[in-house]
Write a protein that binds this ligand. Structure first.
Ligand code: ADP
Length: 497
């Protein structure tokens, strides 16, 4: 267990590793005129202060990014860009423990998730894209004898990247790595709830030797720093991950500038258990699908569709499994559900418990604030929530809760499962559990989702694209597709007649 003294030392460590009140602009830590506080959601204590960039800071960062793009970054060999990324990946691993400590303190997620999954995955993503930097080629188009025609794939320029609080360092990697590999420069804005690992990454970016201005990091609130970045006319593209409402606002606010956009928005992902599935794996997948990361994942399997013949058995097993998950100190090895990211988020999640009950769903477990009589008494802890007998039309089945809340929905046929799964505004991900290979492929082809997992859930690889269908957005993170989003094609026609 972590003690109060340990928590204080965590705060000291946070202050050692990041520069409170500073922004990374043009390779230097620049003091900002105003600051905000970031809170440890497990204790309610202030961890440290951080800067809020205003429109003038945004302008400076965008100008620095522009100068780097037109200058040094555009002339260094592509392989060198890759080397910077590989070096950054190595530094992330080297400083993994400290990064994981900051991540868990800032976000509330269990330390084993930060240290064993998130931080190594962020490094993997930088390693993967480091290899792409010198492999981006165009085509020669041999369709005429009187011309030599070819295409070049060129970077877009200055990219604004706005990311959420659920996977703070992982999101930095998803956004920065492909944009930089493709030769762009970046102004990155982390979420105001979790700025610390992005700031720590800024230190590592300096240490890796990136030329000044290639990566600028601006902290601050969405409506202040984010909005100024979105409206800045020097930005060539915005890549955003976050809520549908903010995604729409960004689209509206950048429309006059015709800024290119990639949006990775929310989800209400179906996790479908057929009666012929390997039940042990399916149950584990159902639990991990929603409770990993406290359910604060855009791809969380928040709707569990269960074939009626095994419905009662599944609901009983889920109840037992969920009530056995330890909620509490994120630094305790046995904890599976840490603190929700903020009081606001906790209240939002608890409000859906009332909404679910009012709409007639059966709350079979959880749904209460977990109270501790020690340093965690102010923590944002909620016991894992499972609603059974949910109708897909209910708000708890249609609205993204972004917390540890599962809605279990029965179905009778494959056709019905598909129709319920697709009956949502979202289309980010889906998972299904079956031993019938033909059914698995039929479903994979018909589910309207950017990712389909078969007999597994929430698995990511840097080489596999991730992004949404329908209101879950457009454009892709990860894989070769992510690079496409940061490149534009130029066609060149050389007259040979
Ligand atoms: P979540 O629902 O995960 O909190 P949000 O969509 O509210 O996600 O926030 C995701 C990111 O978008 C954060 O970095 C936040 O600061 C930023 N943001 C919020 N509002 C705006 C805005 N109006 N313009 C630009 N960025 C914004």
């Amino acid at each position: 267990m972590t003690t109060a003294t340990d928590n204080r030392s965590i705060q000291d460590k946070a202050n050692e590793f990041v520069k409170p009140g500073h922004l990374l602009i043009n390779g230097e830590w620049v003091e900002a005129s105003s600051t905000l506080e970031t809170i440890n959601p497990a204790t309610g204590e202030v961890i440290t202060t951080f800067a809020e960039a205003d429109a003038a800071d945004v302008e400076n960062a965008v100008s620095a990014a522009r100068a780097a793009f037109e200058g040094k970054w555009s002339v260094i060999p592509a392989a060198r860009r890759g080397k910077y990324l590989a070096k950054l990946a190595d530094l992330i691993l080297e400083h993994g423990e400290r990064l994981a400590l900051l991540e868990t303190t800032d976000n509330g997620k269990p330390y084993f998730e930060s240290s064993k999954i998130d931080i190594p995955f962020a490094a993997n993503v930088f390693h993967y894209f480091s290899g792409w930097a010198d492999k981006l080629s165009g085509q020669t188009i041999p369709s005429r004898s009187d011309a030599f025609m070819f295409t070049r794939r060129e970077p877009l320029g200055v990219i604004a990247q706005i990311i959420p609080w659920n996977l703070p360092l992982v999101m930095c990697a998803w956004k920065l790595a492909p944009a930089l590999a493709a030769g762009n420069t970046v102004v990155l804005k982390p979420a105001e709830q979790t700025p610390l690992t992005a700031l720590a990454l800024g230190e590592l970016i300096i240490e890796a030797g990136f030329p000044p201005g290639v990566v600028n990091i601006l902290t601050g609130r969405g409506e202040v720093t984010g909005a100024a970045l979105v409206k800045n006319t020097g930005v060539d593209k915005i890549s955003f991950t976050g809520s549908v409402e903010v995604g729409k606002e960004i689209m509206r606010n950048s429309a006059d500038n015709l800024t290119k956009l990639t949006l990775e928005l929310g989800g209400k992902s179906p996790n479908i258990i057929f009666a012929d599935a390997d039940m042990k794996s399916a149950l584990r997948g159902a639990i991990n699908g929603i409770f990993y990361g406290k359910g604060e994942l855009c791809c969380a399997g928040s709707r569990l569709l269960v074939e009626r013949s095994c419905y009662d058995e599944v609901v009983a097993a889920l109840k037992e499994a969920a009530s056995g998950l330890q909620v509490g100190d994120p630094f305790d090895k046995k904890t599976r559900i840490g603190a929700l990211v903020s009081k606001e988020q906790m209240e939002r999640v608890l409000s859906y418990v009332e909404i679910g009950k009012q709409d007639g769903a059966t709350l079979i477990t959880g749904g209460e604030r977990v109270a501790f009589n020690n340093e965690f008494s102010e923590g944002c802890f909620v016991s894992p929530i499972i609603f059974a007998d949910v109708d897909n039309k209910m708000r708890i089945a249609q609205e993204e809760i972004f917390g540890p809340a599962l809605a279990v929905i029965p179905f009778d046929t494959e056709e019905e499962a598909l129709s319920i799964a697709n009956d949502t505004q979202y289309g980010l991900a889906a998972a299904l559990w079956t031993n019938d290979i033909k059914r698995a492929h039929r479903m994979a082809a018909s589910l309207k989702a950017g990712t389909v997992w078969i007999n597994t859930v929430n698995m990511f690889d840097p080489s596999l694209p991730f992004g949404g269908f329908k209101d879950s957005g457009f454009g892709r993170d990860l894989g070769e597709d992510a690079l496409d989003g940061y490149l534009q094609t130029k066609s060149v026609w050389v007259d040979l007649s």
